[in-house]
Design a protein around this ligand. Structure first.
Ligand code: 0O2
Length: 245
C-alpha cells in the first residue's frame, strides 16, 4: 500500500471516529439539559456522574471478528452499535428508570433497544440498563444518524462492574471458579444494598415533603437567583388549572 493510499484511509478512519465523538457530545448536552430541568422542577438530581468513551480501533476490530461482521466501515457503522458509549451513574435504582424514561421521551432520539440487566441480570451477576439509541449529528451540509450505547447503573453496580472488568483483564477472561462464585455473591449483596438504600431514601423524601413550609413553596431559584412567587400569582394559576380539569 503506498503512503498516499494509507493517508487517505487514515483520514477516512479519523472522520469515522469523529462522528462518534460528536454523537457523544450531542448526547451529553441533551442529558445535561434534562438533568438541570429535573433538578429545577423536583429539587433533586437523579444523576451522580456521566462518563463516555469512543471504542478503540483494536476493540472495534476484536468485536467485528467475534461477531463475524464484515470488515468495512459501512458494515461496522451499522452492526457495532456501542462505538460511542455513555455511562450514566445514579444513586438509586428508581433514578435509573427515571433517566431512561426521560431519554425515551426525547423526540430527536430513537431508542432502538433496551436491555434490562437489572430485572434480568447476566449469569455472572452483571446488572445495568442498556439503551441502544440513534442520535442525529448535525454537520454543515448533512445530518448523520449515529448509533450509541447508554449504560445506566447505580454507584454500587458500577463498582461491581469495574472490579469484574479488572479481574477479567488480570485473568485474561478465565477468572477461577471460586472467584466467580464470590463475584456472583457480591452482586447479590449489592442488589440488596441498592434496595435498602432506595427504601431509606423514600422515607427521607416522605419526611422532607411533610416538612416543606408554605414559604419554601413560594420561592424558586434559577441560576443562583431567588424569585418570590406572590400568593395572588399562585392562586391565579390554581384557578386556571382547576378550570382546565
Ligand atoms: P467495553 O470495553 O465496555 O467496550 P457482547 O456481549 O459485547 O457480545 P452486546 O449485545 O454488544 O454483545 O453486549 P451487551 O450485553 O449489551 O454489553 C455491552 C457492554 O456492556 C460491554 O461492552 C460492557 O461495557 C458492558 N458489559 C456487558 N456485560 C458485562 C459484564 O458481564 N461485565 C462487565 N464488567 N461489563 C459488561 P464491551 O464491548 O464488552 O466492552
Amino acid at each position: 500500500m503506498d503512503v498516499r493510499q494509507l493517508e487517505r484511509l487514515k483520514q477516512e478512519i479519523v472522520r469515522f471516529m469523529m462522528m462518534y465523538k460528536f454523537a457523544i457530545e450531542e448526547l451529553r448536552t441533551k442529558i445535561e439539559i434534562l438533568q438541570q430541568e429535573f433538578h429545577y422542577i423536583h429539587d433533586y438530581n437523579p444523576i451522580e456522574h456521566i462518563t463516555s468513551r469512543v471504542k478503540s480501533p483494536e476493540s472495534i476490530l476484536q468485536k467485528a471478528h467475534r461477531k463475524g461482521i464484515p470488515l468495512s466501515l459501512p458494515s461496522i457503522r451499522e452492526n457495532i452499535r456501542d462505538i460511542a458509549g455513555l455511562r450514566i451513574v445514579c444513586a438509586f435504582v428508581s433514578d435509573i428508570y427515571k433517566v431512561s424514561e426521560m431519554l425515551h421521551n426525547q423526540s430527536e432520539l430513537v431508542v432502538a433497544e433496551c436491555k434490562d440487566y437489572i430485572k434480568h441480570p447476566k449469569p455472572n451477576g452483571y446488572r445495568s440498563l442498556h439503551l441502544i439509541v440513534q442520535v442525529p449529528v448535525f454537520m454543515s451540509d448533512h445530518t448523520e444518524k449515529v448509533w450509541a450505547e447508554i449504560q445506566i447503573r447505580t454507584i454500587a453496580m458500577d463498582f461491581w462492574a469495574s472490579l469484574e472488568h479488572k479481574l477479567n483483564y488480570k485473568y485474561n477472561y478465565q477468572i477461577p471458579e471460586p472467584l466467580l462464585n464470590e463475584l456472583r455473591a457480591a452482586a447479590e449483596s449489592i442488589a440488596l444494598l441498592d434496595e435498602k438504600m432506595e427504601r431509606i431514601n423514600q422515607e427521607a423524601n416522605h419526611f422532607k415533603a411533610t416538612l416543606q413550609s408554605e414559604t419554601e413553596l413560594q420561592e424558586l431559584w434559577l441560576n443562583n437567583q431567588r424569585y418570590h412567587l406572590p400568593a395572588d400569582f399562585l392562586n391565579m394559576l390554581l384557578d386556571s388549572d382547576s378550570r382546565r380539569k
